[in-house]
Design a protein around this ligand. Structure first.
Ligand code: CAA
Length: 262
C-alpha cells in the first residue's frame, strides 16, 4: 500500500462527500508555481483520482491569488536544457492523465502558469476579483504550459493574441463573456460554489463521468468525424457497465440511482 504523501506547499482536504480539495499554500509568493508545488499538486490529484470515495476534485488558491504564474525566481536560474529535461516544473502532462473532473476555483491573480493550470482544469468558477492573464511576454518568454493553445481555443485568436502579445488582462466578467469560465460569483461564495458543483458531479456514476470528461476533451484534439467515432465508442462502452443498467432501471422505477461505479 502507498504511504500517505506529505505536502509542504498545498493543503489537502475532503470538504464534502465525494469532493477532494487541493489548496495552493505559498501565500508569500502569491502561490507561484515552482517544481515542488506543481509536483505536490499532481501527486495529490493522482491520489484523489485513485480514491474510490472521491468523485471530483477542486483546485483553489487564496482569495488574493489563485497563482501568480510559474516561479520567476526559480526560472531565472535555469537554462534551456534543464527546461527541456521534463522536470516537474515544466512537465504538466501528469495533470492531463487525471480521469476525474477537476474544477478550478479562481480568485485574484491567475497569471501565466496560474491561468494555464486553471485552463487545464475542466471547469472554472471565478470570484468577482479574478484576473486572468498571460504576462510572459513582459519577461521575454511566452506561455509554456498551454497558454497559447488552450487560451486560443477558449477565447478565440483575437483575444488570445492580445493577452499573449500585449499583456491584456481579463476581468472575471470578461472571462465569462469570452467563455473562459463557467460563472462568476462573490469572493465569499466562489469556493463553496465550486465545492457544490464538484459534489453534484460526485453524485453521478464515476465511470460515466470519467468517459464523458474523456470524450469532451477529445473535441479539442480530433476532427468532428474522429470525435464522433470516439464519443460513440465511449457511449457503447458504458452499455457494458452495471451503472448503466442501474441508472435506467432507477429512471423507470422512479427512484434514485444507487451507483456502484462499475
Ligand atoms: N514568481 C515568483 N515570485 C512571485 C511571482 C512569480 N510568478 N509572483 C509574485 N511573486 C512574489 C514576489 O516576488 C513577491 O515576493 P517578495 O515579497 O519576496 O518580493 C511576492 O510574491 C508578492 O508579490 P508582489 O510584491 O509583486 O505583489 P503585488 O501585489 O505588488 O503584485 C502581481 C502582484 C501583479 C501578481 C505581481 O507579483 C506580478 O506581476 N507577478 C508576476 C506575474 C507573472 O509575470 N507571471 C508569469 C510568470 S511566467 C510563467 O508563468 C511561465 C509559464 O507559462 C509556465
Amino acid at each position: 500500500m502507498d504511504a500517505t504523501p506529505t505536502y509542504e506547499m498545498i493543503l489537502v482536504e475532503t470538504p464534502a462527500e465525494g469532493v477532494g480539495l487541493i489548496r495552493l499554500n505559498r501565500p508569500k509568493a502569491l502561490n507561484a508555481l515552482n517544481g515542488q508545488i506543481t509536483a505536490e499538486i499532481f501527486t495529490a490529484m493522482e491520489a484523489f483520482d485513485r480514491d474510490p470515495t472521491i468523485g471530483a476534485i477542486v483546485l483553489t488558491g487564496s482569495d488574493k491569488a489563485f497563482a501568480a504564474g510559474a516561479d520567476i525566481k526559480q526560472m531565472a536560474d535555469t537554462d534551456a536544457v534543464t527546461m527541456m529535461s521534463g522536470s516537474d516544473f515544466t512537465d504538466w502532462s501528469r495533470m492531463s492523465r487525471i480521469g476525474k473532473p477537476i474544477i478550478a476555483a479562481v480568485s485574484g491573480y491567475a497569471l501565466g502558469g496560474g491561468c494555464e493550470i486553471a485552463m487545464q482544469c475542466d471547469l472554472i468558477i471565478a470570484s468577482e476579483t479574478a484576473q486572468f492573464g498571460q504576462p510572459e511576454i513582459t519577461l521575454g518568454i511566452l506561455p509554456g504550459a498551454g497558454g497559447t493553445q488552450r487560451l486560443t481555443r477558449a477565447v478565440g485568436k483575437a483575444i488570445a493574441m492580445e493577452m499573449c502579445l500585449a499583456d491584456r488582462r481579463l476581468t472575471a466578467q470578461e472571462a465569462l463573456q469570452y467563455g473562459l469560465v463557467n460563472r462568476v460569483v462573490a469572493v465569499d461564495a466562489y469556493l463553496n460554489e465550486a465545492i457544490a458543483l464538484a459534489q453534484k458531479i460526485a453524485s453521478m456514476s464515476q465511470i460515466a463521468v470519467r468517459l464523458t470528461k474523456d470524450a469532451v476533451n477529445k473535441a479539442d484534439e480530433l476532427s468532428l468525424t474522429e470525435g464522433l467515432q470516439y464519443e460513440k465508442k465511449n457511449f457503447y462502452l458504458l452499455f457494458g457497465t452495471q451503472d448503466r443498467q442501474e441508472g435506467m432501471s432507477a429512471f423507470i422505477e422512479k427512484r434514485k440511482a444507487n451507483w456502484q461505479h462499475k
